[in-house]
Design a protein around this ligand. Structure first.
Ligand code: GLP
Length: 245
């Protein structure tokens, strides 16, 4: 694993943004997996800003997100589709056919999960997957306990996140919320992974995931086994591993 600990949050945002841009420049038909959440908002803004100032060819780039919420309207501001569309796919003008996302509503999510992976495979498979780190060690929406051989599926959300989504939406209480997420096996088959985390609240989980045992209790720990993985952190998130790796 390559470990990069940036001096500041800003340096982290810029470095992460340039990892995405570099992938687009190196391979003009790259298939790039993004990740939503607080961690990625600023880096996506920087990618969009650089593109606006110095446009480059993204006509053959494919973008997708590692996961998507289920049983909510796609237009909900917290859906991954809407976040990625507003933050990066829209500003870069990625054509809809090159923005691959599973639907938020379906009566057959197993089929949607298969189709999602199939579309990525048809494009030669994912070149890069940016991976946010959940407070409980989740990657995508694969919660602790998810088998490492899991394939793209609908997982329950973690309870805090689900409570927030319910507060922000008017979905009826009887609607089961979840998330269609690339499985851990699919994530591991990506050519390059970048696990990203910033802020002091992630420091403990970074230490466990990177220096602890590889265990399904901490899904992110599996990245230790990936042959081409970078751990990209700001100083706060990397505080407990700095000088030990
Ligand atoms: C959600 C997303 C994950 C993401 C995580 C990190 O759970 N489904 O893919 O990694 O948030 O969130 P944040 O960056 O807000 O800490």
């Amino acid at each position: 694993m390559k470990i990069t600990i940036c001096k500041s949050e800003h340096e982290f945002n810029v470095t992460a943004a340039w990892r995405i841009i570099a992938q687009m420049l190196e391979k003009p038909d790259a298939v790039i997996g993004l990740s939503t959440g607080q961690t990625t908002i600023d880096m996506h803004a920087i990618v969009s800003d650089v593109y606006r100032q110095y446009p480059f060819d993204v006509s053959r780039i494919t973008l997708f997100n590692v996961d998507e919420l289920t049983n909510l309207p796609r237009a909900y501001a917290g859906s991954c589709y809407t976040m990625i569309l507003n933050q990066i796919a829209g500003p870069l003008g990625i054509p809809p056919e090159n923005f691959i996302m599973p639907p938020t509503m379906s009566n057959d999510f197993e089929r949607e999960a298969r189709l999602f992976e199939q579309q990525l495979t048809e494009r030669g498979g994912a070149d890069l997957q940016m991976l946010g780190l959940g407070m409980n060690g989740h990657i995508g929406i694969n919660q602790p306990g998810t088998p490492f051989e899991s394939e793209t599926w609908v997982s329950p959300m973690d309870p805090d996140f689900e409570a927030r989504v319910r507060r922000e939406t008017q979905v009826p209480a009887e609607t089961i919320l979840g998330g269609l997420t690339r499985g851990i096996k699919n994530i591991m088959h990506t050519r390059k992974l970048i696990l990203i985390a910033k802020g002091p609240r992630k420091a403990e989980m970074v230490e466990k995931a990177i220096l602890g045992p590889v265990t399904t209790d901490i899904p992110a720990s599996i990245v230790q086994m990936h042959p081409n993985c970078e751990i990209l952190l700001d100083a706060d998130a990397g505080a407990l591993i700095a000088g030990r790796v």
